[in-house]
Design a protein around this ligand. Sequence first.
Ligand SMILES: Nc1ncnc2c1ncn2[C@@H]1O[C@H](COP(=O)(O)OP(=O)(O)OP(=O)(O)O)[C@@H](O)[C@H]1O
Length: 390
Amino acid sequence: MDATAAPVRPAALVPTPSASDAPEIRLEGISKVYADGTVGVAELDLTFAAGELTVLVGPSGCGKTTTMKMINRIIEPTTGRVLLDGEDVTRVDADRLRRRIGYVIQNVGLFPHRTVRANVATVPRLLGWDRRTTRARVDELLTTVGLDPAVHGNRYPAQLSGGQRQRAGVARALAADPGVLLMDEPFSAVDPVVRERLQDEFLRLQSSVRKTIVFVTHDIEEAVRLGDRIAIMSAGGHVEQFAPPADLLGRPASPFVADFVGADRGLKRLAVTLIDPADLDHPPVVHAGTTLGEAAAALAGAAGAVVLDGAGRPCGWLPAGRAGGSGTVAAAMRPIEEPVPVSATLKAGLSVLLRQDVDAVPVVDGGSYLGVLTAGTVHATLRRSVASSG
Ligand SMILES: Nc1ncnc2c1ncn2[C@@H]1O[C@H](COP(=O)(O)OP(=O)(O)OP(=O)(O)O)[C@@H](O)[C@H]1O
């Protein structure tokens, strides 16, 4: 099986002896001055909301990794505090702290001489879980991340593809059901196609497990795709802007942020802004069974009409030029492919519009027709989303 394999299923079916809720993480005045005097991070205050995926993004050397590693104290802060749900963990036992926090790094860091199962079982073993519970949890998690326990469980990391190793790394980090996951460029070692797939699977997984995730990347595309919130950082761990992706792209707080998110930020916003039913257009509607003569009257000078089938679902578009005369609308209409669901992003809607080379595509909520999406309505939604985020 390759890295483009099985879908992700919801996790945590096997009860986990140490299951913990996802906490809020608060950094208070946290700094790191390295032994040689380098200031990695200076006086940073930042709160990661419980159950959200927050991305730290910024140019090389700005302090992303230092910030993240101070949360599980792989790097000890020079000053400041780390609070998990209000509990100061800056001075608790570091090993115990790390068992509450899953950790995924670039190139995974799997133990090469242990099988995949043994790797995933690392923390449950440290926590003293019994063998049966551990085995069940490990196999469940492998399945969840798209690895077949029977096929991949007894392999060694070198016998997996890059994407499969990355999946095993995620399974290992989730094994003891920690409330927090720290992820340091976890998908950057695989090719772009596999990376996108891993990102999609990971988003689906997160929507069911809802961990508090701190995710480091230097790739703004990845940040926008994954983050509930993004902190854009500059040298010394300075946070230039901390906002949801749509706000960041729509209203960069500084020239640094505008430069970092790129000149095509308008296009990037298409992928993070949902269709808004309030902006849809409402051309005339005709039913497939009506006559073309009746349709001409309904059009009343409009460029065309949306055609609905017997169940009220959009099934075609009747251009004004085809209305009038004898016959039914069904015989003269231009059939449409799948309507666009209202839960889609503007990018997905625009993509259908361009692919079908039409001026308007119908939008549906389940079986109900809501209106049509056009280039103009896309623009209106984008404009309004900026205005309302201010
Ligand atoms: N052990 C160390 N000793 C001295 N300076 C260090 C050490 N580790 C990191 N630094 C410095 O601290 C700063 C922040 O480093 P950090 O690794 O947190 O940046 P980053 O944003 O994660 O970078 P990258 O994207 O390149 O991984 C950099 O200037 C780096 O050179």
